[in-house]
Ligand binder design. Structure first.
Ligand SMILES: [Zn+2]
Length: 486
């Protein structure tokens, strides 16, 4: 399929903004947990005569997102009514933004297995979420649909890309990078499992470099992240097979079944004509003061792409290590704080301990893991200096997290300090040489692997505390000096 067709993919993401109240009323937007229909009022229930009031924080979070993706913002924008009829929409319309979004013409660049890739972002606008339909068996066992209005009116940001995406991997990586960006700037918790971030892809195919040959198909319900890649890959293959078979391709909205590993038809796709947009009469136009916009842009934290570049350029990390650290806020914070605790440490071993042992232990732990950066700095220093081996370091780190005892105290109390001093090893080296004449002969006869056996005997005699490299050097030096005498 890759040879004949090219996929043309645009991505729409809806994310719940991190605000204390809903978009147009004072109700809590927390819908994941509270009892159904407990966070409601006349505004978000759509009762006649109730008037909306704009949530300033929600506007700020969209402006912050716009600044982070390099988008432009009009001096004045407005709200529009998007009309459609569905039981989860009590007013019969949704307040949204149609032709004057708060942010337009931005972009997002991220790494893929084929190198960096940039997706142009058409727009980011603000709207209100719908209520939630719950399909469940009723008292008599028949299936009924219940409506939970806790989600009704929660602030939503919709972010729409240009049809720039060509592969399933790019689609997944875009969604991952956008999630990281939204979390970094505090715009959204963007948890896909909790419905705080919903990803849809518009997929069509064309002969390479030509106009589209198939209809545009929207794929929804792609959750979790890996299913974004699976669903888009499946849809590309499905459409190619239909076009090859000479069948017409329907313009439709399809869902993704993660269990079956396939997309399925949900409904015919609506067009914007169907929504009969018109300006919202209950809200005034929204002015975006230049000073306000600049203040929001200036308050942005370091963005993920800039942080990855700094880890590569200033700390000499590999692109992979930089990406792993930046993708995890706790890991990045620990990495920086550890380097700050001991400025003489090299960044690479600190990054290795954070992305390796720390993440492994944290991800396996049932409880939150708090690792003091000062303690990690002590550990990295001791391993770098050869005072303890890397293997011992891993054990000590685990003991430290279990007992909260200082790293240095654990090493002293358990006598774990590595013997790196050649003089301290001299007697043991002599004993090992005297006790293993056959292995000594092998080494002298040029059998390289025999030295490993002798090093192993030194490690055994020191209960693993010898520095293996120092032990090997001491053994070779001793054997050479004995040879010189005979
Ligand atoms: Zn309300």
């Amino acid at each position: 399929m890759l040879g004949r067709y090219e996929a043309v993919i645009g991505i729409e993401v809806h994310c719940q903004l991190r605000t204390a109240s809903k978009m147009f009323c004072g109700c809590s937007p927390a819908y994941d947990g509270p009892a159904p229909n407990t966070h409601v009022c006349p505004v978000c229930l759509g009762l006649p005569g109730a008037l909306p009031v704009i949530n300033k924080r929600a506007v700020e979070l969209v402006l912050a997102t716009g600044a982070a993706i390099g988008a432009t913002t009009p001096e004045a924008t407005r709200w529009d009514r998007k009309n459609y009829f569905y039981p989860d929409l009590p007013k019969g319309y949704q307040i949204s933004q149609y032709d004057l979004p708060l942010a337009s013409a931005g972009s997002l660049t991220f790494d893929t297995s084929a190198g960096p890739f940039t997706v142009n972002i058409t727009r980011a606008h603000l709207e209100e979420d719908t209520a939630k339909l719950v399909h469940a068996p009723g008292p008599d066992g028949a299936r009924i649909s219940l409506v939970d209005f806790n989600r009704s009116g929660a602030p939503l940001m919709e972010i729409v890309t240009e049809p720039d995406v060509r592969t399933a991997e790019q689609a997944r990586r875009y969604a991952e990078e956008l999630q990281l960006l939204l979390r970094t700037i505090g715009a959204s918790d963007a948890d896909m499992e909790r419905g705080q971030m919903r990803v849809e892809a518009n997929v069509s195919l064309r002969a390479r470099g030509r106009d589209p040959v198939g209809a545009r198909v929207e794929v929804q319900n792609m959750n979790p992240f890996r299913s974004v890649e699976r669903a888009v890959a499946f849809e590309i293959e499905r459409q190619a097979a239909i076009i090859d078979g000479g069948e017409p391709l329907a313009m439709e909205t399809r869902g993704w079944s993660d269990e079956r590993g396939e997309t399925y038809r949900m409904r015919a796709k609506e067009t914007s004509d169907d929504y009969r947009y018109f300006p919202e009469p209950d809200l005034p136009p929204l002015r975006v003061d230049e000073a306000w916009r600049l203040e929001i842009a200036a308050a942005l934290p370091e963005l993920p792409a800039a942080r990855r570049a700094r880890y590569r350029d200033a700390h000499g990390l590999t692109p992979y290590d930089a990406a792993v650290l930046v993708a995890d806020a706790d890991a990045a914070a620990l990495f920086e704080a550890t380097l700050a605790a001991d400025a003489t440490l090299e960044a690479k071993p600190v990054a290795n301990w954070v992305t390796g042992e720390y993440l492994r232990l944290r991800n396996a732990a049932a409880e939150p893991v708090e690792l003091d950066p000062g303690e990690l700095a002590v550990l990295v220093r001791l391993v770098a200096d050869g005072a303890i081996s890397r293997g011992t370091g891993k054990e000590v780190l685990q003991l430290h997290l279990e007992t909260d005892d200082p790293i240095a105290a654990i090493i002293e109390a358990r006598g774990l300090r590595q013997i790196s001093d050649t003089d301290a090893l001299a007697r043991i080296v002599d004993d090992v040489i005297a006790a293993n004449p056959a292995a000594v002969e092998d080494v002298r006869a040029g059998k390289g692997q025999a030295i490993g056996f002798l090093v192993g005997q030194v490690m055994k005699a020191t209960r693993g505390q010898a520095n293996a490299a120092v032990a090997q050097a001491a053994l070779r030096a001793r054997l050479e000096s004995q040879e010189g005498r005979t």
